[in-house]
Design a protein around this ligand. Structure first.
Ligand code: URA
Length: 210
C-alpha cells in the first residue's frame, strides 16, 4: 500500500497554527487553540467514515437522510501532548472510546520507552486514530502503532499537528499502510530531535510545565 500524508492547508488551520507556534502564547490559549485545531483536523481524518440512509421527516416532508453508519472508533492519545486533541475529537464523535499510550523519549538515544498502554477490548473492529501532535523522529508514533497492531488493530490513522520530513520518512518505512494527517510539514529536526521551526515542547506548552 502506498504511504500517504494529507496536509490540511486550510486558512483557519494555518492561522491557529501560527498563533500556537508563537512562543508568547500562554498555556491557556495553547490548549484552546489545540482543541479548535483538533476539530478541523478531525474533519479530515474522519472523512472516510461511511454513512447510511434512513427515513426522516423534515418540516416540509419525507427524505432519505445520511447518518453515520456506526463505525466504532477509538482515539488514542500518545501521552502527554496527544491529550490536547482528545476533547475536540470527542465533541465530533462523543460515542468514541479513548485508549492511552504512555511513551517517553529516552533523552540520549531519543528511542521511545512505553510506560502505559490501555485500550478497549475490540480493537480489531475499530478505526484507530492515533493522536501524536509532534511527529519528530517518529519513534513514539512508530512504537505506538506497532503496539496497536500487535494488540489487534487493523485500521489505523495517525493525526499530527506538525511533522518533520525525517519523522514522515521513518514512520512510513515502518508503517506504509498508515495515513498521516497533519496541519503542516516543517523544515527539519535539530540536534535534540525538536521540530524546527516547530513550537517547542508540545506537552510543556499544553500543561505549563516549563
Ligand atoms: N516533541 C515536541 O513536543 N516537540 C518537538 O519539537 C519534538 C518532539
Amino acid at each position: 500500500m502506498s504511504a500517504t500524508v494529507a496536509v490540511v492547508d486550510h486558512p483557519l488551520v494555518a492561522h491557529k497554527l501560527s498563533l500556537i507556534r508563537d512562543k508568547t502564547t500562554p498555556s491557556v490559549q495553547f490548549r484552546q487553540l489545540l482543541r479548535e485545531i483538533s476539530l478541523l483536523l478531525g474533519y479530515e481524518v474522519l472523512r472516510d467514515l461511511q454513512t447510511e440512509l434512513r427515513d426522516i421527516e423534515t418540516p416540509l416532508g419525507p427524505m432519505r437522510a445520511p447518518f453515520l453508519k456506526g463505525k466504532k472508533l477509538v482515539f488514542v492519545p500518545v501521552l502527554r501532548a496527544g491529550l490536547g486533541f482528545v476533547d475536540g475529537l470527542l465533541e465530533l464523535v462523543p460515542s468514541a472510546r479513548v485508549g492511552h499510550v504512555g511513551l517517553y523519549r529516552e533523552p540520549d538515544t531519543l528511542t521511545a520507552i512505553e510506560y502505559y498502554f490501555k485500550m478497549p477490548d475490540d480493537l480489531s473492529e475499530r478505526l484507530v486514530i492515533v493522536c501524536d501532535p509532534m511527529l519528530a523522529t517518529g519513534n513514539s508514533a512508530i512504537a505506538a502503532v506497532a503496539r496497536l497492531k500487535e494488540t489487534g488493530a487493523r485500521e489505523i490513522k495517525l493525526l499530527c499537528l506538525l511533522a518533520a520530513p525525517e519523522g514522515i520518512k521513518a514512520f512510513h518505512e515502518a508503517h506504509p499502510d498508515v495515513v498521516i494527517v497533519t496541519a503542516a510539514i516543517d523544515s527539519h529536526l535539530n540536534e535534540h530531535g525538536y521540530i524546527v521551526p516547530g513550537l517547542g515542547d508540545a506537552g510543556d506548552r499544553l500543561f505549563g510545565t516549563k
